[in-house]
Design a protein around this ligand. Sequence first.
Ligand SMILES: Nc1ncnc2c1ncn2[C@@H]1O[C@H](COP(=O)(O)OP(=O)(O)OP(=O)(O)O)[C@@H](O)[C@H]1O
Length: 621
Amino acid sequence: MKAELGHKFQGLAEFTVSRALASVFWMDEEGKIYYANETAKSVYGYSEEEFKQLSIFQINREFTDQRFRMLWAESKKKGKLHLESAHWRKDGTRFPVEIFVNHLQFEGQAYNVSFVLDITHRKRKEQLLTSVSRATSSTMGVDFFKSLVENITQALGVHMCLITQLDPSEKDMLKTLAYYRDGDFVENTSYHLDGTPCKQVIHEKRPLHQLIGVSSDYPKEVGIEGYFGVPILSRQGDCLGLIGLFDNKPLDLLDEEMEIIRMFSDRAAVELERNMANEKLLDAMWQVEDLKNKLEAENTYLQQEIQGEHNFHEIITQSIPFKALLANLEQVAVTDATVLITGESGTGKELLARAIHDISPRSNRPLVKVNCAVLPANLIESELFGHEKGAFTGAISRKIGRFELADQGTLFLDEIGELPLELQSKLLRALQEGEFERLGSTQTKAVNVRVIAATNRQLEKEVADGAFRADLYYRLNVFPVHSLPLRERKEDIGLLVKHFVQKFGANLGKKITNIPKRAMNALLAYDWPGNIRELENVIERAVILSPESKLELGDWIPKKNVVASVSDFVTLAEFEKRYIMDVLQRTAWRVSGEKGAAKILGMKPTTLESRMKKLGIKRGL
Ligand SMILES: Nc1ncnc2c1ncn2[C@@H]1O[C@H](COP(=O)(O)OP(=O)(O)OP(=O)(O)O)[C@@H](O)[C@H]1O
C-alpha cells in the first residue's frame, strides 16, 4: 500500500515537472541537455530526441564557454542562481528569459536544473515604461508630446502614434499636437472624428482597443488593422483630446501596456491644460500690449492734436443756405453714415467734419485725421492700417494705424481725392467690411469707425477720368455735403471779419474796436478765391500791422483785379499756374511759414504742394 502510494506521488511529481509553467532543463557540467520538460518542447519547438542532441549553446546562442563555466562555478558554490538572459527557439526567434537555477547532485553526478520563464511581455512593458518615462521626464509642452509619440511608437513597434486636441472652435474636429509615423514626425494636421475610431474614444471618454479589422469598420482608416485610443481628460473630466496608436498589423497589447499609455494620458492632460492656459495668458498679454500701444498712440495723437491749432469755435454764419447745410449736418451727425464734404479750399470742410463728430454719439472718442495728400502711397498705407515690426525697411517697431486709433470714433480722411489708386481698393474693403490687416500681418483686425471724407476735387470727374474708383466714390458719397465758397455767402464776410479781428486781437493782446467802413467795403468787394482761410490770413496780418485800435488793411489787401496783369487770355489752369509761380517767385519759393506762398494764397502748404504737382510747377521752370 505504502509502495503504491510512493509510486503514485512519484508519478505526480514527474507530471508536475513536465507540465510546469516554466521550461525545465537538466544539464551537465559541459552544458549538455539531459532533460527538457513538456513545456520546453512547446516553447522551443524541439522534440525530446532533438533536445537530447542539444547543449545550452544552441539554446542561448550568445553564450560563451567561459561564461558558462563561470555560472556553473557560481551555482555550484551557492547551490542556486537567478539571472536574466535571452534564448532561441528552433525557428531562430529570440526571446528574453528569466532563469532560476538549482545545482543538484543526482546519483553521484552534478547537474544544473534550470527553470526558464519567457518574459517577453514583462520586458516590453518595462521597456515601454522606462523609455517613455525617461524620454518625457525632462520635457514639457510640445516637446513632451513629441517625445511621447516617438517613444510609444518605438517601444511598441507600431506604425504610428499621435496626440490630438479637440478644436474648441469646431465641433468634432481634432488637431494633432504631435504625429509620428514610420520612424519620423509628420506635419501636424486636423481631421474630423467621423469615420474614425477616435470618435468613440472622445464621445465615450473611455479607452478603445481594437486588435484587428479597423479599416473595415472605419472608412477613413485605410490600411489600418489595429487601434488603441485613450482619451485625455481634464481634472474636471472634460475630454481635451486623445492619444491614438494605429498599426498596420494586429495590435496585440497587454493590459499593463494599455495602463501605461493611459497613465501618460494623465500627464498629457496636465501639459495640454498648461498649454491652453499659456495660450490664454499670451492672448491676454497680447491684448494688454495692443491696448497699451493703442492708448499710447491715441495719447500721442491727442497731444499732437492739442498742440496743432484748431478752431473749435462755433461755426460763424448768417447765410441762409449755409444754415440749411448745418441743419442737414445735425441730422446726419447722429447716424453712422459716411459723409463726403466737397468744396473749395479753405471753405471750412475740416471745421464741418469736426462739428459732425462733436455732436455725434462718438464725440467722447477721438476724431482721427489723415491727410491723404501729405504722404507717399506706401507710407499712407501704414499710416492708415499700421504695420508690424519689420514689415518694411524702416519699420523698426510695431505701429498702430489711424483706422485702429479711430475705433469707436471718427476717421477724417482729408483730401481723399489725392489717395493713390492702389490704396483706394484697400480703403474700400476697410470701409465695407470694417476689416483690414496691418502691413506685414495676416491677422485681420475689425474696427467700428465712422468715416468723414473731404476733397476740393470734383470726384465725379475724377471717376470719369479713371483717377478715382467709382465704387469707393459711391461708398463715400452716402451723404454728400457741399461747403459753400465765401463768394456765395458774402453776408458772412462782415461777421467773420469781426470774429477774426477779435480772435487775433486777443492772441496779440490788441484791442481793435474800429473797423473802418472803407476797409470793410474792400473786403466785401473781393472775391476770396482762397475763401475763409484767405480772409483769416488777411485779417491776421492786418491785426499784426495795425498800430492802434483801428484796423489797417495796408497795401497788400487783395485787389479784385489782380488778374489784370495777365494780358493774354489763357485757360484757368494756366492762369492758376502762372499766378502760383508768380507768388512763389516773390516768396523765393518758400511754400510754408509766415512769409510762405501758401499763406499768401490762402491754402495749406500741403494743398499748395499737391496743386503745384498737379500743375507741373517746379523751381527753375
Ligand atoms: N464758418 C466758419 N467760421 C469760423 N471759422 C471758419 C469757418 N469756416 C472756416 N473757418 C476757418 O477757416 C480755416 C479753413 O477752414 P478748414 O481748414 O476747415 O477748410 P478746408 O475746406 O478744410 O480747407 P482745405 O481744403 O484746404 O483742407 C480754418 O482756420 C477754419 O477754422
